[in-house]
Design a protein around this ligand. Structure first.
Ligand code: ADP
Ligand code: MG
Length: 322
């Protein structure tokens, strides 16, 4: 199958590739054209996933597509942006129709969930890797950045942490678990659902935000540094799921939640005055600490004593101390 036939059959024909709101011209020309409403800014983010680094070699293509798009769109959620479109640069060792069909189905499912359209890409031969660029829109001045956390704000997360990191032994086939536990943890690894609606609800309320990709403590460090404050995390308040506790035990579950990464849940700082409204409206807002004058991240145990911090988040080139 030639490159153009492949693009036509599996990508241009996908339902997520049909032009629509915000996309004036989609796949098929030299560029796509996006229509931005007056008073809105374009939010853009790129992520690359490489086989053997970000996912196992020979992954299920349906799950891989879901995960790649979910991970990418999560950056839009973290900015409080509404999804518009995405491009897909796909490098493949060979063009297998069954593989591409399943991949396109996974992509369609997550794209439909996120209301985002495939607007273009590139297709090349080589070791399996994917680069997705997502485009979103946000009213001028309303984007949620990492800078802006204020002393006295609450530190919050958008739900339970650590499931995806805890699922790794299952993903790699090193361990097994009873179906209910395995399904719950594997779903959090393979189909991270971006917290888009929460991101929109936090516009004009959260003072700083990001999505947790490298681990709670490492990512809190990014807010602390950008905002020039100290973030205090209370270990006992960090939410973990029953499935993770059952699978990994208390101590390993906490470790996954603090430093595991791949959560793709939002972490944000919030003036206390907004908490009750958000929680009453049903948003998954869990308070795990507070913003203080100072710098860096401090973890407190259940007695309120500072804990020696575990290893910081995953880094591709050396450790944090290098
Ligand atoms: P060009 O030569 O101008 O770079 P290509 O031949 O690479 O264009 O691609 C033709 C069209 O197909 C373009 O609109 C491009 O955005 C789109 N396209 C190529 N690969 C993909 C892909 N994997 N997913 C979605 N669209 C793609
Ligand atoms: Mg090209």
């Amino acid at each position: 199958m030639g490159e153009f036939e492949l693009i036509r059959q599996f990508f241009a024909a996908a339902s997520c590739a049909q032009a629509g709101e915000g996309v004036a011209l989609g796949i098929g020309d030299d560029c796509a054209l996006l229509q931005m409403p007056a008073g809105e800014q374009l939010a853009i983010s790129t992520d690359t996933l490489v086989a053997g680094v970000h996912f196992p070699e020979s992954p299920d293509p349906f799950l891989l597509a879901q995960r790649a798009l979910g991970v990418s769109v999560s950056d839009l959620a973290a900015m409080g942006a509404a999804p518009v479109g995405f491009t897909l640069a796909l490098t493949l060792p060979s063009a297998e129709p069954d593989w591409l069909q399943a991949f396109a189905r996974g992509l369609d499912l997550m794209a439909q969930h996120c209301a985002i359209r495939l607007i273009g890409g590139d297709t090349t031969r080589g070791p399996l890797s994917l680069t997705l660029t997502v485009f979103g829109r946000v009213p001028v001045g309303m984007a949620l950045t990492r800078k802006g956390a204020q002393v006295g704000d609450l530190l919050c997360v958008g739900g339970e942490l650590g499931d995806a990191a805890g699922a790794l032994p299952l993903v790699l086939g090193q361990r097994q678990a009873e179906p209910a536990v395995a399904d719950a943890l594997l779903a959090r690894y393979w189909s991270p659902i971006p917290q888009l609606e929460l991101g929109l609800a936090l516009r004009g309320k959260a003072t700083a935000a990001l999505d947790i990709s490298d681990g709670l403590l490492a990512d809190c460090g990014h807010i602390a540094a950008a905002s020039g404050v100290e973030l205090v995390v209370e270990l006992a308040q960090v939410p973990v799921s029953a499935a993770l506790l059952a699978f990994a035990g208390e101590s390993a579950a906490r470790q996954c939640a603090l430093s595991g990464g791949d959560d793709y849940r939002l972490a944000f700082t919030l003036p206390a005055a907004h908490l009750a409204d958000l929680q009453q409206a049903g948003w998954p807002v869990r308070v795990i600490g507070r913003v203080m004058a100072g710098q860096g991240v401090t973890l407190l145990d259940s007695q309120g004593q500072p804990v020696q911090l575990p290893r910081s988040g995953y880094q591709h080139f050396g450790s944090a101390s290098d």
